[in-house]
Design a protein around this ligand. Structure first.
Ligand code: KG4
Ligand code: ZN
Length: 347
């Protein structure tokens, strides 16, 4: 027997190279979380090829939705709303998920809820710990974004800082490529760093202006490339684990310092991390250590909810659903959608 007050959301995510669908109960309980990754297809190109991503999403989307429903053990009639990522991301990729969501919502006469991808990443923390509530400071670090966000309430975001050039994950992927590691390089650098000495090479830390919460990783990436070129020219031995560990140390030190500074200055007692780079063991350890030292509570999602998935989208949509927020059929994919920029809805 389904209880009357429970809310079941079918969520769809296709903003990059994962075709994902999930069913989430009451914003925090994941009944199914299906992720069809295209990583192997894009690997040989060293990054995501948008055209290939769109085509693969078209092939995968219906079976992935079907599997999510089957695993959840629900019928479409039992779903209360259809949620979908409508930006930011690759426009062709977003459109596949959005069209599937619109078709389902229209046919089933259910509300359609468009979700900001970063809002989804942040919300993965509500699934990880249902008693974790705003306000908190969230460091969102992925392949496309590096944002420091003050989450004032559900759906209320103040962006304190963001990257001025490469995203943190992008820096991991580019450095990995220079080291001859395959895409996506983040997890491989993470693994190799565990065998290296983080203090063996001093790479630069870009703190920018003293009062800035912004990030910059392109200088660090160039420093690693220069180090590699010089070592090759001088025919010096290249110790990949040491480079990986020293690079990771330089990235995570700045990320952690800025998150701690924001929590102190905003007088917020809780810090969360989110996004693909939140899977990084070095970042998790450093953040844990500093939060303990400084007396902040730390929250992070399990690894499977750090990288792209649809369960996080279903969680974010739940809080909109509770507020009666939904979108019209004219909802479009917005590749550069800003966080907090909720398109006027409740039509
Ligand atoms: O959140 P996500 O799946 O996609 C975007 O929204 O961009 O993040 C993917 C990014 C990639 O750049 C990948 O290299 C990075 O997250 N990543 C990691 C780790 N796992 C994934 N970076 C560092 N360490 C990891 N363990
Ligand atoms: Zn993402």
């Amino acid at each position: 027997m389904l209880e009357q007050q429970d809310t079941y959301i079918l969520a769809i995510e296709t903003s990059c190279d994962e075709t994902a669908a999930a069913v989430v109960k009451n914003g925090t309980e994941v009944l199914s979380n299906i992720i069809s990754s295209q990583i192997n297809l894009h690997k040989k190109y060293g990054g995501v090829v948008p055209e290939i991503a769109s085509r693969k999403h078209i092939e995968n989307i219906n079976p992935v939705i079907q599997e999510a429903m089957e695993q959840a053990g629900l019928s479409f009639e039992q779903i209360d709303a259809i949620a979908v990522t409508y930006g930011p991301g690759l426009v062709g990729a977003l459109l596949v998920g959005l069209s599937a969501a619109k078709g389902l919502a229209f046919a089933l006469e259910k509300p359609l809820i468009g979700v900001h991808h970063i809002e989804g990443h942040i919300s993965a923390n509500y699934i990880a710990n249902p008693s974790f509530h705003p306000p908190f400071i969230c460091l969102v670090v992925s392949g496309g974004h590096s944002h420091l966000v003050h989450v004032r309430d559900y759906g209320e975001y103040e962006i304190l800082g963001q990257t001025r050039d490469d995203a943190a994950g992008e820096a991991f992927d580019k450095v990995a490529r220079a080291l001859g590691l395959s895409y996506p390089g983040g997890p491989q650098i993470d693994r190799l760093a565990q065998e290296g000495d983080p203090e063996s090479i001093h790479f630069p830390r870009a703190y920018l202006e003293e009062d800035s919460y912004d990030f910059s990783f392109s200088g660090l990436k160039s420093a690693v490339l220069n180090y590699l070129n010089q070592a090759k020219m001088k025919q010096e031995e290249i110790h990949i684990p040491n480079i990986a560990a020293s690079f990771q140390e330089a990235v995570t030190e700045v990320l952690v310092d800025k998150a701690i500074k924001a929590a102190k200055e905003k007088n917020i007692s809780k810090i969360a991390i989110a996004g693909g780079v939140a899977a990084n063991q070095g970042l998790r350890k450093k953040m844990e250590h500093r939060c303990k030292q400084e007396g902040f509570a730390l929250q992070y999602p399990p690894l499977i909810l750090c990288t792209d998935n649809a369960a996080m989208i279903g969680s974010a949509a739940y809080y909109d659903y509770k507020k009666g927020i939904h979108h019209g059929w004219d909802l479009n994919a917005v590749p550069n959608l800003k966080l907090g920029q909720k398109i006027d809805v409740s039509k």
